[in-house]
Structures are given as structure tokens and as C-alpha cells.
Design a protein. Sequence first.
Length: 109
Amino acid sequence: MTNMLITTTHFVEGYRIMRYLGVVTGEVIIGVNIFRDFFARIRDIFGGRSRSYEAALREAREAALREMAEAARRLGGNAVIGVYITYTSVHMGGTNMMMVTASGTAVLL
């Protein structure tokens, strides 16, 4: 994400938006490992944080942001504003997956 400004705000203080280039997204789907799932359930019973889930979600979020930034770069943008990140549980044939989506508006500052 070198030289790509990514922000949840709809403007960038000190900069003027020269062009709005369109909506850009990045999507990542990660599989939920049976062992990670098992230990997360144990933590649900006894309390505590699931570090393996947290690490997987962090990695997926960073990948989705990178993918979104690359889409903005392909449109000629140098920033993405109004960024929104969602996390969704996806069930496919008995397999649990997590989807992380980052979306925003590519702009040229």
C-alpha cells in the first residue's frame, strides 16, 4: 500500500479531491481450520480470546485492504476514501469460512 492513502473519512484534510474514480473493493475468504474452530469453542466456554482467529482475521483484513488499494491504483488513484470493512461468516457445504471485504471510493488527490 505504498503511497496509497486509505481513510474512513470522506475527505482528506489539506488535500483537494481532483477526481472521483469509482468504487473499489478487496475481498478475501479464509478457511476456518478444524483445530482453530475446536479451540475457539473451548475458549467460548471458559472465556478468553482466540489468538489464532484474531491473527487470521488480521491477515485477511490486511490482504483485503491491499487488494482494494491495488484496484484504486489501477484506476489511477492515489487515495481511497470512505473505507468500510465487513466481516461475514460463510458456510459452504459444511465448511465454515470467513469473508473480509474492504470497500471505498478511489480518488485522485
